[in-house]
Write a protein that binds this ligand. Structure first.
Ligand SMILES: C[S@@+](CC[C@H](N)C(=O)[O-])C[C@H]1O[C@@H](n2cnc3c(N)ncnc32)[C@H](O)[C@@H]1O
Length: 211
């Protein structure tokens, strides 16, 4: 999603209900908070990062993304609004083997997994960046069982959206993983303590704490 038009279409779409649902879910799973340092992997225009920074004002939130066009939107909003002392954005294409290990008390990611050519990149990054006991919460689309199901989800959730957004949504659904595949990825990454669940009609989530 590194084209300016794609970034603009994504940033202008109203994902507020699903974005807030991510924050509410994290809040219910981890009522004691997320600790001192939260990283939001594949933060895009910052939809989740801004909400994390608002919900956890004593945590430092770092949004990472590999697309300059996405980060430009996030940074413009950060500069344009006062009141975000605990939020930063940084350009970074995963994997980032040189990043400091075990540096974050929470690793969050929404809608990144299906974008990666190699999903293990995400799980190795979670292991790399999360401190022992770190909170992990990831949410993504899950792949529908048929092309008819793809079209049904499009009709149900993005009717009337701009064609570019609809095209990206269809491609995302087709590229997404099943919960069984994600369980296999976690086993391969030797990430124990994380639970994979199907959520609603189109998502999966991975939640828990690093061992
Ligand atoms: C669908 S957007 C999700 C944005 C944001 N997490 C949200 O919930 O609104 C996926 C993001 O992942 C980023 N991305 C894809 N591959 C990446 C990689 N290898 N490293 C860093 N970011 C990546 C894209 O640039 C894009 O901004």
């Amino acid at each position: 999603m590194d084209e300016a038009q794609q970034a603009k279409a994504y940033a202008e779409a109203d994902f507020s209900a699903t974005d807030q649902a991510v924050i509410d879910r994290i809040d219910s799973l981890f009522p004691a908070g997320l600790g001192e340092r939260i990283v939001d992997l594949g933060c895009g225009p910052g939809n989740i990062s801004f909400r994390l920074a608002a919900r956890y004002p004593v945590s430092e939130v770092l949004g990472l993304d590999g697309a300059p066009a996405m980060l430009a939107i996030a940074k413009a909003r950060l500069l344009g609004e006062a009141g975000w002392p605990n939020l930063r954005f940084k350009l970074a294409v995963l994997p980032c083997p040189d990043w400091p290990a075990k540096a974050f008390s929470a690793v969050v990611s929404n809608s990144l997994l299906h974008h990666l050519h190699d999903p293990m990149v995400l799980w190795r990054t979670v292991r790399q960046l999360g401190a022992p006991g770190a909170v992990v919460y990831l949410k993504d689309l899950r792949r529908p069982g048929s092309e008819a199901a793809v079209q049904a989800l499009l009709a149900a959730h993005l009717p009337g959206a701009p064609p570019l957004l609809q095209r990206d949504y269809i491609q995302s659904l087709r590229a997404a993983f099943s919960p069984e595949e994600v369980i296999g990825q976690l086993q391969e990454a030797e990430l124990v303590g994380l639970q994979v669940s199907a959520v609603e009609d189109r998502y999966l989530e991975v939640a828990g704490r690093l061992g």
